[in-house]
Design a protein around this ligand. Structure first.
Ligand SMILES: Nc1nc2c(c(=O)[nH]1)N[C@H]1C(S)=C(S)[C@@H](COP(=O)(O)O)O[C@H]1N2
Ligand SMILES: [Mo]
Length: 439
């Protein structure tokens, strides 16, 4: 197995570790820490002990302080350190067919702040991905417009652009929890979620240019250039509000797997409406009721009816450190960190519980807190070494409070696949091992 990342929390839970591996890591790290700690038990003392006992990693000058480093041209396009190579998007054996054109999860446990690095953005493809030639890509706007138009990428990139930070979450994110399947890590429970700065032209600019029918136009249909026929209806008032026809993500052109060269950004709305490889927008007077609006992304309610067109991603949060599959290696201070978001606006507050929801403390929200964007929260915790259940509960600026799983099940039943925004519980055992539990 990979060498464990040093730190107070074992940071290598990206995949399912075999029990033998976990034992080995625990034994190895604990042994090391015992030696370093001498009689002291607090972490600060460990740092002092390392200095007074002559830690070889600080005393001996390593090769890199003496030799000549690598030349610039070694990496024309930068890559992460080789020491970080276990941090990867992963497919979920058991949830999907691995190796198929389907879904890969983002390793939320390894992210800091709110931005998802481009190479680790989650992926969801209904019919695989393509690397489309931008010089041959076109966007057509038709339907209830004065003049239907066909845009090249150059045409679009000449228009006034905006850059905004937003999260994207698949409507099926956290779906396994509906069925009491507590998947092992936060990568698999919440990893169909990412957050980036997107640059593009507001859809309203294009609709204006084409002279959309202000009287009869009520909806738009977005269509991609892949073979999935995965079209989505978007209400016109929303399309005119904050929707972006985007070509860039985090300062560079979109990655092929995220829709290069053009994708729709629909802030606050479930991922499926963020049509990739965007090739057409049609203005119409009623919803299209396409296959992905009648067969998929609907919620089967307890009374047997389906909820349809529930596309706003409600307020939600999750603790990413510590989280399932990780292990606390020492008693004492731990920084508990996580992310919160709301498809309706800004996150207003996040409370954290260490005892399964009996007592709550308000966490610190890092700035900036932006609308329809991830927010990072942090709170200090003194782990005394006993069992604990960690939870986070977010509230948005509409006053909406993230529900408990039990509360959500009371309304929605247990037959849903989509739109699970319940509070997530991580159990910390006396051994320090963290696992996914439903309480
Ligand atoms: N053309 C097209 N757009 C698409 C999809 C697709 O399969 N084809 N998948 C959708 C779904 S279900 C989601 S959750 C998001 C995922 O975006 P990402 O792959 O950039 O994470 O893209 C959406 N847009
Ligand atoms: Mo999705």
């Amino acid at each position: 197995m990979a060498t464990p990342t040093p730190g107070r929390v074992q940071r290598a839970p990206e995949n399912f570790l075999a029990p033998a591996d976990i034992a080995e890591v625990a034994a190895g790290r604990r042994g090391f820490l015992r030696a370093a700690l001498v009689a002291a038990s607090a972490g600060v003392a460990a740092t002092a002990a390392r200095a007074s006992q002559g830690d070889p990693a600080i005393l001996n000058l390593p090769e890199h302080t003496r030799g000549l480093g690598q030349p610039v041209a070694a990496r024309a396009y930068g890559l992460p350190s080789k020491h970080e190579e276990s941090l990867q998007r992963r497919e979920s054996p058991g949830l999907t067919r691995v190796g198929a054109a389907s879904v890969s999860f983002a390793p939320l446990q390894g992210f800091f702040g709110i931005i998802t690095p481009n190479g680790l953005h989650f992926e969801r493809h209904h019919q695989g991905w393509w690397d489309i030639d931008p010089t041959r890509h076109r966007l057509m706007i038709n339907g209830l417009v004065k003049e239907a138009r066909v845009y090249t990428m150059d045409d679009l990139m000449r228009l006034p652009s905006v850059s905004r930070m937003h999260f994207i979450e698949c409507g099926a994110n956290t779906g396994m929890e509906w069925g009491n399947v507590a998947v092992p890590t936060v990568q698999y429970t919440h990893g169909m979620l990412s957050c980036c700065e997107f640059t593009g032209v507001p859809l309203s600019v294009l609709l204006d240019e084409c002279g959309f029918d202000k009287k009869r136009g009520k909806f738009v249909l977005a269509e991609g250039a892949d073979g999935s026929s995965m079209t989505r209806t978007i209400p016109l008032d929303r399309a005119l509000d904050d929707v972006i026809v985007a070509w860039a993500m985090n300062g560079e052109m979109l990655r092929p797997e995220n829709g290069y060269p053009l994708r729709l950004v629909v802030p606050g709305i479930q991922g499926v409406s963020w049509v990739k490889w965007l090739r057409r927008i049609e203005v119409g007077d009623k919803p299209w009721g396409s296959k992905d609006e009648v067969l998929h992304y609907v919620d089967l309610m307890p009374d047997g009816l389906h909820r349809q067109y529930t596309s706003i991603q409600e307020c939600k949060s999750v603790i990413t450190t510590p989280s399932g599959g990780q292990q606390l290696l020492q008693k004492g201070f731990h920084n508990v960190s996580g992310i919160a978001w709301s498809g309706r606006g800004k996150v207003k507050r996040v409370d954290v519980s260490f005892d399964g929801g009996k007592n709550w403390q308000t966490a610190r929200l890092e700035t900036p807190v932006l609308t329809k964007c991830l927010a990072r929260f942090n709170i200090g915790w003194e782990w005394k070494g006993g069992p604990a259940i960690l939870q986070s509960r977010a509230m948005d600026d509409t006053g909406y409070v993230q529900p408990k799983l039990r509360q959500l099940r009371e309304v929605r039943g247990a037959r849903s696949i989509y739109h699970n925004n319940a509070i997530q519980s991580w159990k910390v055992a006396e051994s320090g091992e963290v696992s996914n539990v439903q309480v």
